[in-house]
Design a binder for this molecule. Structure first.
Ligand code: ADP
Length: 380
């Protein structure tokens, strides 16, 4: 049977220690008694008839008991004391040894954790401690390893983020710097086109900074949610109203199709609008002129699906699993060409939907086949 609780293990260790010590004391006393008896006999023999021998006691005033061969009380005491002293030394030795073993076994995982945490604080995040059984110490080692794993992941994400942000900042900065140098050297003509290009890149930088700020806000969950029943048709109308100008401007049709009878979801109005506008905005971005985008809703028993479906450029199969990862773009040049951003929008959308207890997924039959993004939320 496995002993799971540290307190039980400690109690049993002390009990075993006590029993072994008492046993050694007992056995040691019994084993040393004959020797002690012999030595006392031996040391008393020359004094027979005159000294203070164990069988004779007080010399002239001979103990009557010595005549019968029964030792005196004082002699018994010396024999027992001697035997007991040896046994006590042996028991103490065994007790010290056992205590050392037990305390080392108990302290070893704690020591390992202290050393590992020191190494982690020095930046060695791959540090782990060995599994230490199934008691509280074992659980502590397991939690420690989980914590170390989480720290390692955060550190890896931090590095990745810095790398990604640096990369994202560099591209527009290089373009702006190159254009400015061209203008100064007279290589580039000082036309409206050149200035517009610079302005566009500066706009990209500013959008990136805004997106990063929003991403850090949603990742840290430093915003309040006001979850309440919301009518889906009202939300969809709002999205259509806000985006109709941009859709008309590009020549893409935006329609909605909702089931009759009304449908309500449990969500935060501002946040769900932000998500739907982002999805409909992406659909517009990745759908060529003359294309079509439709917002659909369907209710199930407990949930409601709201989908944004387009017949645009689509997403190649291998990419679907990654597009919710920050900075991921199916094809950077394709994204730029379509006026796309830095690949943060869908990451923010996923965080927002999940914070409201929902899920978001993407589907596409492949390149050129259009895409559909579906948000699933609790039905009110
Ligand atoms: P971005 O700001 O670059 O659009 P998102 O996070 O919104 O970033 O989207 C990530 C990537 O997913 C985009 O770069 C694009 O490649 C792809 N994507 C998103 N929506 C669509 C869509 N409706 N059709 C095709 N591809 C899409």
């Amino acid at each position: 049977m496995k002993i799971r609780r540290l307190s039980v293990r400690l109690f049993l260790s002390y009990l075993v220690l006590l029993l072994v010590t008492v046993g050694v004391l007992w056995a040691g006393t019994l084993l040393s008694l004959p020797g002690a008896y012999g030595r006392q006999m031996h040391s008393s023999a020359p004094m027979m008839g005159g000294g203070m021998g164990p069988w004779q006691g007080g010399g002239q005033e001979a103990d009557p008991a010595s005549e019968t061969g029964i030792p005196q009380y004082a002699n018994i005491r010396s024999i027992v004391s001697e035997a007991f002293t040896y046994a006590l030394l042996a028991a103490l030795g065994v007790a010290v040894l056992l205590s050392l073993l037990v305390s080392r076994r108990l302290a070893a995982p704690l020591k390992a954790m202290t050393q590992a945490s020191r190494r982690i604080s020095e930046g060695r995040y791959n540090e782990r401690v060995p599994a230490a059984g199934s008691d509280e110490l074992g659980q502590m080692a397991e939690s420690f390893n989980q914590m170390a794993g989480a720290l390692e992941q955060v550190e890896a994400m931090r590095r990745q983020l810095i790398g990604d942000v640096t990369h994202e900042l560099r591209t527009p900065l290089t373009t702006i710097k190159g254009s400015m140098e061209g203008l100064m050297d007279g290589v580039l003509p000082a036309t409206a086109d050149t200035y517009q290009q610079i302005h566009q890149e500066a706009g990209r930088l500013s959008r990136l900074v805004d997106d990063l700020q929003e991403l850090s806000r949603v990742e840290a969950r430093t915003y309040a949610l006001d979850i309440r029943p919301l009518e889906v048709s009202r939300l969809v109308d709002s999205v259509v109203r806000r985006l109709s100008r941009s859709y008309e401007g590009k020549g893409v049709a935006l329609t909605s199709s909702l089931p009759p009878g009304g449908l309500s979801i449990l969500a935060d109005e501002d946040r769900i609008l932000q998500v739907l506008i982002n999805l409909a905005g992406n659909a517009l971005q990745y759908t060529p002129q003359g294309g079509r985008v439709e917002i659909l809703a369907a209710g199930r028993e407990q949930e409601v699906d709201i989908s944004v479906r387009d017949n645009g450029i689509g997403i190649p199969p291998g990419h679907i699993g990654h597009i919710f990862t920050r900075f991921y773009r199916v094809d950077k040049s394709r994204s730029r060409q379509h006026g796309g951003g830095s690949g943060i929008g869908l990451t923010i959308a996923r965080h927002l939907v999940e914070a409201q207890g929902g899920t978001i997924r993407a589907e596409s039959a492949g390149e050129g086949q259009g895409s559909a993004f579906t948000v699933t939320l609790k039905r009110a």
